[in-house]
Design a protein around this ligand. Structure first.
Ligand SMILES: Cc1cc2nc3c(=O)[nH]c(=O)nc-3n(C[C@H](O)[C@H](O)[C@H](O)COP(=O)(O)OP(=O)(O)OC[C@H]3O[C@@H](n4cnc5c(N)ncnc54)[C@H](O)[C@@H]3O)c2cc1C
Length: 359
């Protein structure tokens, strides 16, 4: 119920107006989104790299139906690629086809994307295409294969364990030699296309993880689920798989303890760092995934209040510094991003940032 409320807030324009104006929401958002600008992203990448974590950078946004916006998103990626290269940082990028113009037309998508892929190639950077709702899966894989046929090799896809079609897609990507990120899948999908039961989804995930580790090309295992991480580590050790032949991936601000532990054990961990003006729905979805985070939000509110000193807070109202709270807080210097398209994806309500909710 509470979770549904948070998901509702993620899509409500009114709630967004109200909540993004409060310093508290901005402080909370810093846990999951380092900021709105490329400087904020670069600061987070530097810090992650210093901790032994690789990064994949995501400029928040999807479902773009306006050419200028899609071109602006591509321009932002060009800036990211240049900065990462110039500063010698270890970061790839993750982007969504619908952010680059997939819903406008395929020719425009290819042209817009081509600019990013060329710059990524010039700077030796890898580009991952996030996977969106099931209505986009075939189109995304077709577009991916077209790019592969054109000779691009610095690209990879995401496949979602909850989709019933995924074993076939994994086999196809392995056959191509394409790099796959495996995740559970984040959209609310109907039972005709996706498993609904978490036990079953985990079972599928483990089976796909094994195939990818055995036959895939540098796969990424993207999960914060202890059971799945443990199953992967056990499998790798049992089969004597080279730990550098794959990587774990996790979201910025989520299970930092686990990220650290895996790095200490010699595994490669890549953190998905989102940034940009469209942080609000992304934040609300992260809160919905783990409602305990709201308790942190309330605790911060108390500590930041004028009486905060009674509870051990600074009471300055300046935004209780979390370990990675740095740079301009999201919400400051907003460029009037609007509320998103309201596009509905497989009943998830869509939204304009991050992934939908997994029901
Ligand atoms: C790097 C990366 C890329 C992804 N790319 C895609 C994509 O392209 N398309 C797509 O559909 N989905 C994507 N996802 C999302 C994915 O499909 C899942 O929805 C998401 O990862 C949650 O599943 P989980 O396996 O982490 O397990 P969960 O069961 O959700 O989480 C396991 C544990 O992690 C911790 N945790 C989870 N969320 C939070 C949180 N917000 N705050 C604090 N702790 C938390 C909790 O301890 C929880 O018990 C991606 C996920 C990652 C990590």
């Amino acid at each position: 119920m509470f979770r549904r409320g948070l998901l509702y807030l993620s899509e409500s324009h009114g709630a967004k107006q109200l909540l993004t104006g409060t310093p508290l929401t901005r402080t909370m958002s810093l846990r999951f989104v380092p900021g709105e600008g490329v400087d904020d992203l670069v600061g987070a990448v530097r810090k992650a790299n210093a901790q032994g974590l690789k990064v994949t950078a995501n400029y928040l946004g999807e479902a773009v139906t306006n050419r200028q916006q899609a071109q602006a998103a591509a321009d932002t990626y060009l800036e990211v690629l240049d900065r990462v290269h110039r500063e010698g940082l270890d970061a790839s990028v993750s982007l969504k086809f619908t952010q680059m113009g997939q819903d406008i037309d395929e020719a425009f998508l290819r042209e817009n994307l081509g600019r990013v892929l060329q710059r990524a190639d010039d700077t030796g950077t890898f580009v991952r295409f996030d996977m969106e709702g099931s209505a986009y899966v075939q189109r995304t894989l077709d577009a991916f294969e077209a790019l592969w046929r054109d000779g691009w090799r610095n690209i990879g896809v995401v496949l979602q364990a909850y989709l019933k079609r995924t074993p076939g897609d994994v086999a196809r990507m392995n056959q191509l030699g394409a790099r796959v990120r495996l995740c559970k899948g984040a959209y609310r999908e109907p039972p005709e296309v996706a498993f609904q039961d978490m036990g079953r989804i985990r079972k599928e995930f483990v089976a796909l993880m094994r195939v990818l580790l055995q036959e895939g090309s540098r796969p990424a295992i993207a999960t914060h689920d202890d059971r799945l991480v443990e199953a992967t580590v056990r499998h790798v050790r049992r089969e004597g798989i080279d730990p550098t032949s794959f990587e774990f991936q996790m979201l910025y601000g989520v299970r930092r303890d686990l990220q650290k532990r895996l790095v200490e054990q010699g595994f490669t961990v890549r953190v998905y760092v989102p940034f940009g003006e469209k942080w609000y729905p992304y934040l609300m979805r992260r809160l919905a995934e783990r409602p305990e985070n709201v308790a942190f939000m309330v605790e911060s509110m108390v500590k930041e209040s004028p009486l905060g000193f009674l509870f051990g807070g600074a009471g300055t109202g300046s935004g209780g510094a979390r370990p990675e709270s740095r740079g301009a807080p999201p919400g400051s210097g907003r460029r009037g991003s609007g509320s998103g398209s309201g596009r509905s994806q497989s009943g998830s309500g869509g939204g304009d940032s991050g992934w939908g909710s997994h029901g």
